[in-house]
Design a protein around this ligand. Structure first.
Ligand SMILES: *Cc1c(COP(=O)(O)O)cnc(C)c1O
Length: 429
């Protein structure tokens, strides 16, 4: 059966997120039949380099034998048991391993399945933290313009809006909104807001160093450090959303390390299981965790939990993944490839007349296109051109995103940039 036929069967019954289903089949979707290393393969056997890591989750490539083995071994011990009131050895082992590496003091881990749920957990924990401590009025949050924290209503409220979600504005709760990263004054304003409203703020939330979904907007580590210091000074909790930046994306295991900060709450997801299984987690500092201790069945308890929290299969893969990042020295590859990517974008992509700006941090990068007028869908067309050339990318508006697996080779990086270069150079008004 051809890829087009599969796409039609797909369109008949599947509803794809962030996708206009009326034009789904016209945008040449790839229906993946199988995967192989850093490639996905469609139903007609065509291979595509997965230069977006399957929407930022695949870290080591697809079908990693060591991860497959960890998954199968756990399968033989049991796929899942509940975390509500009971435990599971593999989740204990994963949590101990995470505790050694996350930039959170005396961390305790509350698991969920999606990034948005990890953010929901963080915001509810931050709110209840103050209630449990007998502090009233800490009912709001500070977030940044352009921020993206997920698509559930709480996460959407913390986020900056946009991405076509403004229809939900009537449902979003209000937050204090600092300007977006592109505004050079954004951290001055954010710190001033914290200083002006400390008794109203439960927490401030930030994507440290890179706002992924807003098209790879970047900020300076020293500004993130300044925000963290201001939170500390005014006794406001700090939530770091490292769902996109975590697990090596920026060249350190966590972006917070580059800023030298230790948030009170840390949200992780996406690359956590190397792209294998849905797992996210909220790490809370010992100080935050302790505020929830009290008599059994008391109001101090966090009454929140998900059915698949601490899924054993996901935990086994996540644990093995952490070991492999170390054993394979993945972070060194991220740093080397990052420098190479920056050079390639400077040399080959930035000079194109169709390009406005390029940005790289670790293996997160954005290429802003400069369409002469609205409605040309250049982001879409540039990406489609790269896909035709065997490199799978997906734009955010008129920004082409390159987010390759952390194990990408120099040769594959050149292949990626070549395809993107040709497809951008082809763009005409
Ligand atoms: C993807 C993302 C989320 C949401 O994660 P989901 O697993 O898609 O719910 C939240 N925050 C950031 C920074 C993200 O990149």
């Amino acid at each position: 059966m051809s890829n087009d036929e599969w796409a039609q069967r797909d369109a008949n019954v599947v509803w794809h997120g962030f996708t206009q289903m009326d034009s789904y089949t016209e945008n040449s979707p790839i229906v993946v039949d199988r995967t192989d290393g850093r490639y996905v393969i469609d139903t007609e056997g065509r291979r595509y380099l997965d230069a977006i890591s399957s929407l930022w989750v695949t870290t080591l490539g697809h079908r990693v034998p060591e991860l497959d083995d960890a998954l199968v071994a756990q399968l033989q011990r049991g796929a899942h048991t509940t975390m509500l009131g009971n435990g599971n050895t593999i989740v204990v082992e994963l949590s101990e391993a995470l505790a050694r590496v996350v930039p959170v003091d005396d961390p305790h881990f509350l698991y969920a399945s999606d990034g948005a749920s990890a953010v929901e957990q963080a915001l509810k924990i931050a709110f209840q933290y103050w209630v449990n401590r007998g502090v009233t009025g800490r009912n709001t949050f500070l977030g940044f313009g352009g921020a993206y924290h997920g698509d559930t209503i709480g996460a959407l409220s913390l986020g900056g809006g946009g991405f076509g979600t403004s229809i939900f504005d009537p449902l979003r709760f209000p937050v204090l909104r600092a300007p977006e990263f592109a505004d050079p004054a954004c951290f001055d304003v954010a710190c001033q807001m914290i200083a002006d409203h400390p008794t109203e703020l439960a927490a401030a939330i930030i994507e440290p160093l890179v706002q992924g979904a807003s098209g790879m907007q970047m900020c300076d580590p020293t500004d993130v450090a300044r925000l963290a210091a201001t939170c500390k000074e005014h006794d406001v909790l700090l939530i770091c959303d490292e769902i996109a930046t975590g697990f090596g994306r920026t060249g350190t295991l966590f972006a917070s390390e580059l800023a030298g900060i230790r948030p009170d709450l840390l949200c992780l997801g996406k690359g956590m299981t190397a792209g294998y299984l849905p797992m996210s987690v909220t790490a809370a500092s010992g100080d935050v965790f302790d505020a929830f201790l009290g008599p059994d069945l008391s109001e101090k308890t966090l009454y929140h939990g998900h059915s698949y929290s601490g899924n054993a299969l996901a935990a086994a893969v996540a644990l093995r993944h952490l070991e492999l990042i170390d054993a394979w020295d993945v972070l060194a590859n991220v740093r080397e490839r990052s420098e190479e990517l920056e050079q390639l974008l400077d040399d080959r992509i930035a000079p194109l007349s169709q390009v406005k700006d390029t940005r790289v941090r670790g293996l997160m990068s954005g290429i802003d296109l400069a369409p002469p007028r609205d409605g040309l869908r250049w982001g879409r067309r540039a990406s489609a051109g790269a896909v035709e050339r065997g490199v799978l990318v997906r734009p955010i508006g008129d920004t082409v995103i390159l987010m390759p697996p952390l194990t990408i080779t120099s040769e594959e990086l050149h292949t990626t940039v070549r395809a993107v270069h040709e497809s951008i150079a082809d763009l005409e008004p």
